[in-house]
Ligand binder design. Structure first.
Ligand code: ATP
Length: 281
């Protein structure tokens, strides 16, 4: 078995209040997990605000260096990758699609640029082909997007373009940090369903960072639950959320457990009545 991604006792400590401050925050402590090469999956990192999810995502993306432990992609330490080679394998999707794009730049430019930089497209025609293919994978097309600016699209459409931009590189792994929390509640399930299709059709693995238990339950294959930087529970998503053993996991589950959704958490699938947001009942 070869690992696509392997984290071994990864930790991150920040100095609070400037470089010379002695106050330290342990944002992530000794997190270990591996994604298998042969088994594409949606691996969810769930936890409340401040639990260390984004710090973990940034370390996997090579934005922050771990303070301890190691992160390996296809057997190689993430820190030693040449940036372009790394981005061809791992692509990010961030929370706010409106911040991901310059409001003055046409959206197709981003797709062409990614195709040329990370997707090995050698000319404009190849880049257009790549962009159209990726847009179709998210339910759009180059004809619909060509020449359009970010403000001309809805948040949901724009997040689809952000996902298409990631796909243009034909990565092995997508790290999606709260990708649906800025998207209209009615569209959240369609975005997470799209992740499911990308896993099944393209063999992509997705690290899905969220505080939304409902979408996590619905789409995840495996998950870890984080609290104060520590993994308090891990395992197959349905098993963990149906019978959580840690008090914090139970608290999380109960926060979205309405009488209507209770059946879903007892094992019914798909969970028809689970709310699309993490809103408390
Ligand atoms: N650059 C930084 N400098 C100092 N402290 C930081 C930095 N980044 C994160 N932290 C701290 O690390 C802890 C974890 O933050 P992180 O953003 O990873 O949590 P999170 O689970 O992603 O939260 P949220 O859901 O609100 O984004 C918090 O206490 C945060 O204040």
């Amino acid at each position: 078995m070869s690992a696509l991604l392997g984290l071994d006792k990864v930790g991150k400590t920040f100095a609070r209040g400037g470089l010379f401050s002695s106050r330290r925050v342990e944002a992530v402590k000794e997190v270990s997990f591996a994604l298998r090469d042969e088994t594409p999956e949606i691996f969810t990192v769930i936890g409340e605000s401040g639990s260390g999810k984004s710090t973990l995502a940034r370390m996997i993306l090579g934005i922050h260096a771990p303070s301890s432990g190691s992160i390996r992609l296809a057997g190689q330490d993430v820190a030693t990758y040449e940036r372009r080679a790394f981005m061809a394998k791992v692509q990010p999707i961030f929370q706010n699609p409106f911040e991901a794009f310059n409001p003055l730049k046409q959206l197709d430019r981003y797709l062409f640029m990614t195709a040329e930089r990370f997707g090995e497209a050698t000319d404009r025609k190849a880049a257009e082909g790549r962009a159209d293919e990726a847009l179709k994978q998210v339910g759009l097309s180059l004809a619909e997007i060509a020449g359009r600016f970010p403000h001309e699209l809805s948040g949901g459409q724009l997040q689809r373009v952000a996902i298409a931009r990631a796909l243009v590189a034909r990565p092995r792994l997508i790290v999606a940090d709260e990708p649906v929390s800025m998207v209209d509640a009615s569209l959240r399930m369609s975005i997470v369903n799209l992740f499911g299709r990308l896993r099944d059709d393209l063999g992509l693995s997705i690290i899905y960072i969220t505080h939304d238990l409902a979408t996590a339950y619905y789409i995840s294959d495996r998950l870890i639950i984080m609290q104060k930087g520590v993994v308090v529970e891990e395992g197959p998503a349905r098993a963990v959320l149906s019978a959580p053993s840690h008090p914090y996991s139970r608290q999380l589950r109960d926060a979205v457990l309405t009488p209507d959704s209770a059946g879903a958490f007892r094992g019914g699938y798909p969970p028809k009545a689970v709310p699309a947001s993490g809103a408390k009942p």
